[in-house]
Design a protein around this ligand. Structure first.
Ligand code: PA5
Length: 459
């Protein structure tokens, strides 16, 4: 089995030499050592490393059974979660199926993602879509106390209990949370909801290959066994050699650190397919939350070309030279999925496109040419391009991509010198919000009251 991702450095050579990449080997070795020996920062959160081969087979089978039940009994499936508890599932569904999944699918429920904001408008729109239709809910929260999903779950639980009664709602509510602890676990046990586990040693942003991602992905009709097989292939591929010049996962981790040290502040993930847009959102969280601490890290941003060439193309080409691009270049689409560009009579050739149609160029071929043209132009504009050539858009390709980026993120974070598995900075806004909302301190604590006082004084 050959690698499903190949790093093409054609548009990087001008900025980074092969020798300089090879010189990163000691740093890469140290980072990999932390992962293998489990002695780096945050090493108790390395459960994702072996997930593709070591997962709970009984739970995996239960996920498939629950997904089949949801597909049978629901027209609408609401996935409640935020951050790592939602992005991976949504990325997979848009990647494997389509960003237009709800409009195109035939025999699976419409899937809506809720609890990832506090927008009353968004909630009331989803409520309106639910009217008169059969609903199932999967609430995903490791802590069980995150405000956004907790609010959404209250609302949907009430909706389901009003519609189906408590016993009926029990058949339609699926909980993914901590194995033993937390408010959601307690509620699920009390109510008798079917529960799935977010493993203790897997953080939210590394959890797509657990029930967090797998249940919603399975409901969409995607083959989660194939997805895990793809992830297992990646795990095997990147254990073959530690040579940074031959291991594309480690090479990507090294290159992004080199570019950062060389003065780049932003990594822009580029896709030429709208189906990659949410995958880029997932990647943004993975890298932003894993590396952005201690005053360090590349800012992860994302674009979809050619769409965004008409909005951000100018600044990428000629703006501040503080970014580089990581392009996900998909293999050509299958012949039957491609679209030809129609020829028209000479007098109707007002848009002057007959020269393209004449050559028999398809839409996908023109998209590929747009990629080449853009990479060359951006290179000339001083923007290095790391190109990750991806074999396809199947379940296995997605699983492979997830593992590639997770492993590269851990290696990259360790090279950077941070703990890639914690997110202490996310707490700051939460504490302010709890204080402003009037939440009481735990007995013996004055933390929220102190924050409230400071905020009142405008500090
Ligand atoms: O990656 C993370 O840890 C976060 O994005 C969490 O997944 C997110 O904050 C949601 O947390 P929880 O699953 O506890 O509701």
């Amino acid at each position: 089995m050959s690698a499903r991702i190949k790093l093409n450095d054609k548009y990087l050579e001008k900025f980074i030499s092969k020798e300089a990449i090879a010189a990163m080997q000691p740093e890469v070795d140290k980072a990999i050592g932390y992962i293998r020996n489990r002695n780096g920062l945050g090493s108790h959160m390395l459960g994702w490393v072996d997930l593709p081969v070591k997962y709970d087979k009984n739970e995996f089978a239960r996920i498939k059974v629950a997904a089949a039940k949801i597909r049978r009994s629901c027209e609408i499936f609401i996935v409640i979660g935020i951050g790592g508890s939602y992005l991976g599932a949504r990325a997979a569904i848009e990647f494997i199926k389509s960003p237009l999944y709800n409009n195109l699918k035939k025999d699976t429920p419409d899937i809506y993602f809720s609890g990832n904001n506090i927008s009353a408008q968004s909630m009331s729109e989803i409520q309106a879509l639910c009217a008169g239709r059969d609903i199932c809910v999967n609430v995903v929260s490791k802590s069980g106390t995150t405000t956004e999903p907790a609010i959404a779950f209250r609302i949907f639980r009430e909706m389901l209990e009003n519609k189906y009664g408590e016993a009926g709602a029990r058949e339609r509510i699926f909980v993914t949370t901590d194995k033993e602890r937390g408010a959601l676990k307690t509620l699920a046990d009390e109510k008798g909801y079917e529960t799935f586990v977010v493993p203790n040693d897997v953080g939210g942003r590394y959890s797509v290959l657990t029930a967090v991602g797998l249940l919603p992905i399975a409901v969409s009709g995607a083959d989660i066994s194939a997805l895990m097989t793809g992830a297992a292939e990646a795990r095997k591929e990147y254990s073959k050699t530690d040579d940074v010049t031959n291991n594309d996962c480690f090479k990507y981790a090294a290159i992004r650190n080199m570019l950062h040290r060389g003065g780049k502040a932003i990594e822009l993930m580029v896709g030429y397919e709208p189906a990659l847009a949410v995958t880029a959102e997932w990647w943004k969280q993975l890298y932003g939350e894993s590396e952005g601490k201690d005053g360090k890290a590349l800012f992860p941003a994302a674009v979809v070309f050619t769409t965004d060439l008409h909005s951000l193309g100018q600044i990428i080409q000629q703006g501040t030279h503080n970014l580089f691009e990581t392009v996900i270049k998909l293999a050509p689409v299958a012949f039957e999925d491609d679209i030809s560009i129609p020829m028209v009579d000479d007098e109707q050739n007002l848009d002057d496109l007959n020269y393209i149609a004449n050559q028999g160029l398809t839409m996908d071929a023109v998209n590929a040419i747009a990629y080449e043209a853009t990479a060359v132009a951006h290179n000339q504009g001083g923007v290095p391009n790391v190109v990750l050539e991806l074999a396809g858009k199947t379940e296995a390709d997605f699983g492979y991509l997830v593992y590639f980026f997770e492993l590269a993120c851990a290696v990259s974070g360790y090279i950077l010198g941070v703990n890639p598995f914690d997110q202490p900075g996310v707490e700051a806004y939460k504490q302010n919000m709890f204080a402003l909302l009037g939440k009481a301190d735990k007995p013996g604590e004055t933390k929220l009251e102190d924050i409230r006082k400071a905020l009142r004084k405008g500090k």
